[in-house]
Ligand binder design. Structure first.
Ligand code: IMP
Length: 438
């Protein structure tokens, strides 16, 4: 039996966690396959709000197995905090969570390196990372000499490995202008911390790759949970203002070990408008009161860092690109309730770049920075839709908006979210969405 995927189509924070939590009961396994603690997935169940960073959003369903696979970078202290938080709220995540022994660990030196590197200005702007050590950890993964994987926690020579890396990192930090940070890095202290991680995590560490392949062979259904958004993809996003993993659909197979032939449904998630945190070009960004109004109505502040998110109108050029890139066959349009407070709504249908109309998303950040949005204006529905529970409950103008977005992206909208609760979700045809094409 095959796999379905939930992929963010913008710059992250598209409310993928809510959708994964909703779809999880139709699946046997939920799989996080890239990114790390830079992700912040919020799941709301009744009055309970769960903010997850590493733990897959299927964790609230005890019958669903949750996997953190080799493509994820794990910051163990944050992960253990998440587990503790869940345990404190009556959920036992240790029963239905497996962590890949191949997953790389974000070590204390990665946090220091991220802090140092984040002060650098690239093309006149900071990348503005989440400071979770993501870039430095992926850099060491590719570099290989200084990497620490979950499996290393189980080795007898863990202390020796850490001591050797700390020595090298101290030299590197000094060379990077971070001499004042070197004192924060002590091999004995890091080893002690790592041994405490081992004690807590040992029972969870295993071979996720073979377990997932076995699950597929025995007709289990998988739900692949993307983190961040496709425009932050290291290879296909707004480089260099991106994250360090393949956050578009292209990362599913490499990050999880699930072969592409099993992927039969790709749900692309987008907000009904656009947001971005950190630096980088953002053609439809609104610096006016309307941008602030979207931020206030949508509570657009980062789950991981608390930073105010940059806000703007829906960018159909960008989402058309990422929907194609990620192989999306169905769209989920989130935060539709936020747009219920506007007389008119703008949708960017093309860019003007150096006086030319452009309908393709450019690959150069410097070109994207010059792009002026060409807008189509649609009438707003100007009413509260948070109580809508079916398509019939939505006003005609909201239908027209959904229809137009579907046309512009070339993929039909099949899920509409009108608020944070599970109930505030409308499926055009849930059964059809969950029927995976053979
Ligand atoms: P990093 O992933 O911490 O290295 O950050 C690189 C860029 O990606 C920064 O602009 C971050 O704000 C952005 N970013 C990383 N993760 C997320 C996310 O989950 N949501 C939104 N933006 C993110």
């Amino acid at each position: 039996m095959p796999a379905a995927c939930v992929i963010g189509l913008q710059w992250g924070d598209e409310a993928k966690g809510k959708l994964v939590d909703l779809l999880a009961p139709d699946h046997d396994c939920v799989v996080r396959y890239q990114g790390g603690a830079n992700a912040g997935h919020t799941v709301v169940s009744g009055n309970d709000v769960y903010k997850l960073h590493h733990v897959p959003s299927g964790i609230l369903h005890p019958q669903v197995m949750n996997f953190i696979t080799p493509g994820v970078v794990i910051e163990p202290t944050t992960l253990l905090g998440e587990l503790q938080e869940l345990e404190g709220r009556g959920i036992d995540p240790r029963k239905n969570l497996v962590i890949s022994e191949r997953a790389h660990l974000v070590m204390p030196w990665h946090l220091l390196e991220d802090q140092l590197m984040n002060q650098l200005v690239v093309q006149g702007e900071n990348i503005g990372t989440t400071l979770r050590g993501i870039g430095p950890c992926y850099r060491d993964k590719v570099g290989r000499n200084f990497a620490v994987r979950a499996s290393d926690l189980l080795q007898a020579d863990l202390g020796d490995r850490i001591a050797a890396i700390v020595q090298a990192k101290q030299t590197l930090l000094r060379g990077m202008g971070g001499a004042d940070l070197v004192g924060d890095l002590c091999a004995d202290r890091v080893t002690e911390t790592a041994r405490a991680w081992t004690e807590q995590l040992r029972p969870l560490i295993g071979d996720t790759t073979n377990r997932l392949l076995d699950a597929l062979d025995s007709d289990k259904r998988l739900l692949m949970e993307g983190a961040q958004g496709s425009l932050l993809d290291i290879d296909h996003g707004t480089y260099p203002f991106v994250t360090s993993s393949n956050s578009s659909g292209v990362g599913i197979c490499s990050g999880s070990g699930v072969p592409s032939r099993w992927i039969r449904r790709v749900i692309g998630v987008a907000k009904a408008y656009s947001t971005r945190v950190g630096g980088g070009p953002f053609p439809t960004e609104l610096h006016c009161d309307t941008g602030q109004k979207i931020r206030d109505l949508g509570n657009e502040y980062g789950t991981t860092t608390g930073r105010p998110r940059r806000c703007g109108w829906f960018d159909a050029v960008a989402v058309r690109y990422t929907a194609r890139l990620s192989g999306v066959d169905s769209l989920a349009l989130m935060m539709m309730d936020v747009l219920g407070h506007f007389e008119e709504i703008q949708v960017c249908v093309a860019y003007e770049i150096d006086g030319q109309r452009c309908e393709r998303f450019p690959c150069e950040a410097s070109i994207l920075r010059k792009a002026k949005p060409i807008y189509e204006t649609l009438p707003g529905w100007n009413c509260d839709v948070t109580g809508a529970r079916s398509l019939e409950d939505l006003p005609q103008r909201a239908h027209e908006y959904l229809q137009r977005i579907g046309e512009l992206i070339g993929v039909p909208v099949k899920v509409i979210s009108v608020g944070p609760d599970r109930e505030q979700t409308i499926f055009t045809d849930r059964q059809q969405l969950m029927t995976l094409v053979a």
